[in-house]
Write a protein that binds this ligand. Structure first.
Ligand code: S0N
Length: 286
């Protein structure tokens, strides 16, 4: 038997399985499957679920498992302890990006974005608390977002020395419009769940105590539909922005190069030192 039964985490009261088969035990995520729904929950609460390379690797494993499990029709992406995700873990960010356990900068965010888009099943972001930076891009890329009334959304890249000029720019602009997307990235403000809903970034806002049940309801509604119809609708929606894959590769490559600069280092260092960054000397015309 590949799975271990636990009763605790079902959205709907059914049996939950924590996946443990043929892979190292997950450290950074909690992966559960129940009632046709796979749930990937980021679990690094001491950094508000910021991710490191291992977190992304584990999420990729979980998404691939859900992809090939015919019993699964919907994936829910969420975070533990009342936050969704705050992007890359600035505490392990080195000169060339986010270091893995061997000290090599290697964050497979590009593959994760592609996997969330490509998996032929809807992915629902269930957002409580912060969805910030690279953690904001994750919810943007998900098919649907259901938020609690205490969720907070926003980008931080230009403040902390990073950016996502791939789907984090283009697809965000498709959702909220060009002006609003530019505002979100240029100002790095934070937005309430209601504001996010009003700009089309969130499908539904519910009181925090109803977040699980509302998400389960949406899952049940999707699971009752034709999986083939849903799968091709997802492909059809994706087709409009599939041309962004090359752009995404270039944009993420640019981010990796940017990480090696003094300018990007100033952003990261300022965050870690809890002070405002000083970027003035880096203003120049290319
Ligand atoms: C979320 C914020 C606004 C919360 O502020 P608040 O409420 O004042 O709490 P804090 O005291 O700041 O936070 C509590 C503790 O959590 C730590 N922490 C929070 N976020 C992070 C983080 N991302 N990394 C490391 N630690 C984090 C705090 O430091 C604090 O710990 P202590 O008590 O020990 O000080 C606020 O925390 C905030 O703004 N956080 C930073 C958000 C951020 O800038 N994230 C990174 C953004 N960039 C990316 O994600 C890029 C990475 C990426 O995915 C990518 C995308 C495209 C192309 C390439 C890449 C790539 O990098 O490969």
């Amino acid at each position: 038997q590949s799975f271990t039964d636990v009763q605790a985490r079902s959205l709907t009261g059914g049996v939950v399985y924590i996946y443990r088969a043929d892979m190292p035990e997950f450290e950074d995520i909690i992966y559960t499957k129940a009632d046709g729904v796979a749930t990937v929950s980021m679990n690094r609460p001491w950094v508000l679920n910021a991710f490191r390379p291992r977190t992304i690797d584990e999420m990729l494993e979980a998404f691939h498992d859900a992809w090939y499990d015919d019993g699964i029709g919907v994936v829910v992406l969420t975070g533990e302890k009342s936050n969704f995700c705050t992007g890359g873990d600035q505490k392990i960010r080195g000169q060339g990006g986010y270091n893995d356990e061997s000290g090599t900068p290697r964050l497979q965010v590009r593959n994760l974005h592609r996997t969330i888009r490509e998996i032929p099943k809807p992915v629902i972001a269930k957002v409580d608390g912060y969805s910030i930076g690279g953690g904001h891009v994750l919810h943007v890329i998900c098919d649907l977002t259901i938020a609690s009334d205490r969720a907070i959304f926003g980008q931080t890249g230009p403040k902390v020395g990073s950016f996502d000029a791939g789907f984090g720019a283009m697809y965000l602009a498709r959702i909220v419009g060009e002006k609003k997307a530019r505002e979100i990235w240029y100002l790095c403000d934070q937005y309430s769940a209601e504001e996010a809903r009003d700009m089309g970034l969130v499908n539904k806002v519910v009181p925090r105590e109803q977040l699980d049940e509302e998400t389960a309801l949406w899952c049940r509604k999707i699971l009752a539909k034709s999986p083939t119809a849903i799968r091709f609708m997802k492909a059809g929606f994706n087709a409009d922005t599939d041309h962004g894959y090359g752009l995404q590769a270039l944009a993420h490559g640019a981010t990796s190069l940017f990480y090696t600069s003094d300018e990007a280092t100033e952003g990261r260092t300022a965050f870690l030192e809890k002070r405002q960054p000083d970027f003035a000397k880096y203003r120049r015309t290319p």
